[in-house]
Write a protein that binds this ligand. Structure first.
Ligand SMILES: NS(=O)(=O)c1ccc(C(=O)NCc2ccc(F)cc2)cc1
Ligand SMILES: [Zn+2]
Length: 235
């Protein structure tokens, strides 16, 4: 008998219809082909400073989780960012449906178990995140590759709150001190390229800065993320 084949046309393949930017020339994520990466030359060091003691909210946007910085002060400058100063808007993660395939960027074709994105906008040139998100030098995202290993204590301050935001739109506010700098790897060598938001509206406004060294999270932390968000669906 004939098996009814229903091909759901959802996801990236249909984004170009609604978001023309998705057809652009600098779309993210990409595969980082390490042999083709040029050395950093004389780029100045990348410098960041984050505030630690302020209330943050963890939100379930429908894919993974997002932590909003609620406008508190922070700075990212240097590296490929010229003389502009960027401010942390939010940070969020991407996990896969099974271990080992959650990251958005791949390195020489290899995917990681997850990927953390710290999203900053250019406060030297623009007046809001939304305005900056439409400009080629508007955003800078620090990407951190996640691999299964030892438990990550700083990240656990968020992971332990996931049971309280199981449905899309849920939000919980916490004021436990947290330093986003502790989410970054020890070695700060990175790849950088001009790219885009990886989800709609896919605007080509992101200077990507992807750290080379993966950060370890425990298998339990991956499982907790997986059991709450599998490809945008809560399970
Ligand atoms: N995965 S990623 O780091 O590339 C990424 C970062 C932020 C956003 C986002 O803010 N979208 C909503 C949005 C986008 C543009 C706006 F102008 C307003 C809101 C999407 C993807
Ligand atoms: Zn992201």
């Amino acid at each position: 008998y004939l098996v009814p084949v229903v091909i759901l046309i959802v996801g990236p393949a249909t984004w170009v219809e609604k978001f023309p930017e998705a057809r652009g020339t600098r779309q993210s994520p990409v595969d980082i082909v390490t042999s083709r990466a040029s050395s950093g030359g004389s780029a100045p060091p990348l410098v960041w400073r984050y505030s630690v003691n302020h209330p943050r909210s963890v939100v379930n946007p429908g894919y993974c989780w997002r932590v909003d910085e609620n406008g508190y002060d922070s700075e990212l400058r240097g590296g490929p960012l010229g003389s502009d100063v960027y401010k942390l808007q939010q940070w969020h993660c991407h996990w896969g449906s099974v271990n080992g395939e959650g990251s958005e960027h791949t390195v020489d074709g290899r995917a990681f178990s997850g990927e953390l994105h710290l999203v900053h906008w250019n406060t030297s040139k623009y007046n809001s995140f939304t305005e900056a998100a439409g400009q080629p030098d508007g955003l800078a995202v620090l990407g951190v590759l996640l691999m299964v290993g030892s438990k990550h204590d700083e990240l656990d301050k968020v992971v332990r709150l996931l049971p309280y935001i199981q449905h899309k739109g849920d939000k919980v506010t916490f004021s436990e001190p947290l330093n986003p700098a502790n989410l970054l790897p020890k070695r700060i060598a990175y790849w950088t390229y001009p790219g885009s938001l990886t989800t709609p509206p896919c605007t080509e406004s992101v200077t990507w800065i992807l750290f080379k060294e993966p950060v370890q999270v425990s298998a339990e932390q991956v499982r907790l993320n997986l059991c709450y968000y599998v490809n945008g669906k809560n399970v």
